[in-house]
Design a protein. Sequence first.
Length: 245
Amino acid sequence: MSKKHPRRGKSRSSRKFDAAQTGHQDGDADDSAAKAPRGGKSAAKTHATTLRIIGGSMRGRTVRYHGAAYTRPMKDSVRENLFNILGPAVRGAVGFDLFAGTGAIAFEAISRGANGVTVVEQSRHAMKTLKDSASQLGIEDRLNLIIGDTFRIALKLLGPPDADTPWIVFLCPPYRMWEDETTLGKLNQMIRAFLEHAPLGSVLVAETDKFFDTTRLPAAAWDFREYGNVRLCFVEPAVICGMNL
């Protein structure tokens, strides 16, 4: 298990992120907010490949990765650790993959029992590939696919819920967005909306690189895990007297 970063305050959450770690990682952070390169020059330098689903009912099946440079899939080993930490919290939850890229995180969540996942992706090319993978897996009815800018959409998605079903929110933008003051402010707005509105039992996981200054995140009982150059940041809504703050 990698060394934990110090938390900001003792967690009051009901769940402990103590699930066994298996050493490496698998997830799906992407550059969906970056526009796809125009013309054939960049495309010629990339190669389509596949990503495998690590666990659950679709374990071993594959997801197509188009290979374009503007999408950065999370390594399999990081994604594996991510879902080992989330554990049973995924089952029966509603997922939000806000920078979807290949959709591998959303597919992994569904494989592990999420009721459904809302997927937001700006690149039409990436979304077409994602839709093709969903069709191949036979799970189109469990995905809500939204093509658009996450910064314009996320706060509506993370508003007051209609039901008390827990959320699992995946916030895996391009790393550069954590360093830019404007986009960092918008990402932190999403986190605050989650902390304010998410039902009990919800979890948000943000992916940054290990050099990001986590004191720039909203104050909360964060749990940080590092895998190579990747940092996963877990948080749940605070609870006082059995109610969300």
